[in-house]
Design a binder for this molecule. Structure first.
Ligand code: DO4
Ligand code: MG
Length: 281
């Protein structure tokens, strides 16, 4: 059964499936808190005519969040564990990353309030006090206020490797600042999340040149999405639902640092492609 893409647009929430699009009406915050979102979209689209004037490729897209906080997981892929241990070796923090990779409790951190998050085509922000910033391409879960995973999207957990490597206690500064994350283009809504074979791809371009290309698969994710959400909701409420970044499995080589004007393209099979430029903050 084909999935829906739920988009937040300048004209309100829109659902698309198999080349047809339906304006949904109502509020974004209500749709993403429908625990049975797939069934709700199916019901709506079975009973309403699609709008032939809406074309999925030309919708005016906004970041797919209104009142949802953005949270994130760390060290959920082997590649991230290696990179964190290397960058923090001098600070003596390597052992923490090694241990959290295998521990029952995952690393979870608060990433951003909605106003710090950009959508498709918007500029990400470079911190003025970092010289080593990289994109982190991540599967992002859309979770309702009741802790139900209702869909997923593509995300970029823009990060400062020099700041987090200097001291693990600097993580909030390395991760949370103006325009520190991108999500979109839309929420994939289906009865199941994408399968283990799903590819996540990253391309960084500078001018006409590819600065870095990398790829991973969801099969490399050490933890289950449900397990991550379980920890996120332990003794914690998310009254508007939330988005949860599941960690990066692609880390560019140590010689790669983003510069103003670079373009970051992240694709996840079956979900979509998220493109953002980076600019000075
Ligand atoms: O521990 C630092 C954060 C790592 C992270 O964001 C990731 O693995 O994706
Ligand atoms: Mg990350």
């Amino acid at each position: 059964m084909s999935h829906f893409m739920l988009y937040r647009t300048a004209q309100g929430p829109v659902a698309c499936r198999d080349g047809a699009c339906w304006p949904l009406g109502g509020e974004w915050d209500d749709w993403v808190n429908e625990d049975a979102l797939f069934q709700s979209l199916q019901h709506h689209c079975d009973h309403q005519a699609a709008d032939p004037a809406l074309d999925e490729s030309t919708l005016e897209l906004l970041a797919p969040l209104v009142s949802q906080e953005l949270w994130a997981c760390g060290v959920t892929y082997r590649r991230s564990r290696e990179a964190r241990m290397e960058e923090s070796a001098e600070a003596g923090g390597g052992d923490f990353y090694d241990r959290v990779y295998d521990a029952p409790r995952p690393e979870l951190f608060f990433k951003a309030t909605p106003h710090r998050v950009v959508g498709p085509g918007e500029d990400l922000g470079l911190r003025s006090d970092s010289k080593w910033m990289v994109p982190e391409p991540e599967l992002v879960l859309a979770v309702s206020r009741n802790g139900v995973i209702v869909g997923c999207t593509v995300g970029n957990d823009l990060s400062c490797r020099d700041i987090e490597g200097e001291n693990p206690l600097y993580l909030p500064q390395a991760k949370t600042f103006s325009r520190c994350a991108a999500v979109g283009p839309g929420i994939r809504v289906a009865p199941e999340l994408p399968g283990a074979d799903t590819a996540i791809r990253l391309l960084i371009t500078r001018g006409d040149n590819a600065l870095f290309e990398g790829e991973t698969r969801l099969s490399e994710l050490k933890r289950t999405p449900a397990g991550l959400v379980d920890y996120l909701f332990r003794d914690n409420t998310h009254p508007n639902g939330c988005l949860l970044m599941t960690g990066t499995g692609i880390v560019p080589g140590d010689d790669v640092a983003l510069a103003a004007g670079d373009v970051v393209t992240i694709s996840i099979d079956g979900i979509g492609t998220l493109v953002n430029s980076v600019q000075s903050g």
